[in-house]
Design a protein around this ligand. Structure first.
Ligand SMILES: Cc1ncc(COP(=O)(O)O)c(C=O)c1O
Length: 377
């Protein structure tokens, strides 16, 4: 167990700037840098153990991802980003002309483009219209058809912060014999999830945001039943039962999700991801979620004294690590965000508003300083 204060000590940038932009790209901690540097020195000195050590680290990383989603390592495939996972799913299902995918108008393109490409197989997309930044269960329910094979949704919407009610979505989708596929990059590492308990069929998440990992890292989860149905075009030797049995071209593929890992990995990134996810697990994702909600509430409570307001009003159950706020004159948001960045308060401008996305190491005192900085507008 690591306290919030100990966690903060790992992030030297906190002495220079206030970083609230973890929904974009997170900073890397000192332990991550040290882990990567150790790995590079094995390679640099041709350490005889460098390959064995790396394989062991990747095994441990799979176990970490499994912990973060509530599953076992067998159900986790390492992947370089969210999009790779979504592509495996979208390209690997046995689509029939007339099949349908249910999306919504808030999704990030990584969770849309692969389904649009299915048009050539005769697959049609239905779009749920969001209301006030939310994708409502009643609208999902009303949009399901007998041909809906997949309900694809982000656990957290990147431009509004809306946290989906996956339990409800799985219940109605499964009752309709539709799969539930989740783009979880905006929640893994900051919001707890238990995919097995929920019954989610597939989930993909890149590592460079809330997981505080290097770019080009991440994973996907899928159920064993779905793995048996998927038939993607991309498979290769590393996914075979015994990858080191090189001459045995005809051997079976692994029964584990490892089947979808096609060739050697971005070692630098994944070694960093292992250390980064160790830290998150030590801190406890429950604690991280509570902490960011506390920071969010502190900012929200400070807004009435300022010419700023919350963009959306979500129920507690739909609050995530992302909080969107706006100047009362919305046309000023973009320039305010640029000026705040210049002044050392780093946030993104998304959907016409300011995106506040703190992590576990951020403090109330930093939010206070942001509130102080907002007074000048
Ligand atoms: C909801 C969502 N999905 C996916 C991505 C990125 O996808 P990938 O990891 O494939 O680059 C982002 C942000 O960049 C995002 O906000």
């Amino acid at each position: 167990m690591i306290s919030q204060n100990e966690f903060r000590q790992h992030f030297p940038h906190t002495e220079k700037r206030v970083y609230f932009n973890h929904a974009a790209v997170s900073p890397l901690s000192n332990p991550v840098l040290e882990g990567i540097s150790k790995y590079l020195s094995w390679r640099n000195t041709a350490d005889p153990m460098m390959w064995t050590n790396t394989v062991e680290i990747l095994e441990n990383l799979r176990a970490n991802y499994a912990k973060l989603v509530g599953s076992s390592s067998k159900r986790i495939a390492l992947a370089g980003n969210t999009a790779t996972g979504i592509n495996y799913l979208a390209s690997g299902l046995d689509w029939k002309p007339g099949d349908r995918v249910l999306l919504n108008d808030l999704e990030f393109p990584a969770n849309v483009v692969p389904y649009m490409e299915l048009k050539k197989k005769g697959v049609h997309i239905d779009w749920v219209k969001s209301v006030d930044g939310q994708v409502r269960i009643s609208d999902i329910n009303a949009s399901l058809t007998t041909k809906t094979r997949v309900v694809a949704i982000s656990s957290v919407q990147y431009s509004t912060g809306f946290l989906a009610d996956l339990e409800e979505i799985v219940t109605i989708a499964h009752a309709n014999r539709s799969l539930v596929v989740v783009d979880a990059i905006q929640s893994i590492g900051v919001i707890p999830i238990d995919v097995e308990k929920l019954g989610v069929d597939f989930l993909a998440a890149g590592g460079h945001k809330w997981q505080m990992s290097p770019l080009g890292t991440g994973f996907f989860y899928l159920t064993e039943a779905l793995q048996n149905r998927l038939n993607p075009d991309f498979l290769n030797y590393l996914g075979k039962e015994v990858p080191s049995d090189y001459a045995n071209y005809t051997q079976k593929f692994s029964d584990d999700a490892r089947k979808f890992e096609i060739g050697v990995f971005n070692g630098i990134g994944l070694v960093g991801a292992k250390v980064a996810t160790d830290l998150l697990i030590e801190a406890g994702v429950e604690n991280i979620y509570k902490h960011v909600l506390r920071l969010q509430k502190y900012l929200l409570d400070g807004l009435p004294d300022l010419p700023f307001h919350a963009v959306h009003q979500f129920e507690d159950a739909n609050k995530s690590g992302i909080f969107m706020f706006s100047h009362d004159d919305t046309s000023r948001n973009e320039s305010i965000q640029a000026k705040l960045n210049d002044d050392g308060f780093i946030m993104s401008y998304r959907g016409g508003a300011l995106r506040f996305a703190p992590h576990y190491y951020n403090s109330i005192e930093e939010v206070d300083r942001l509130i102080g900085a907002l007074r000048q507008y």
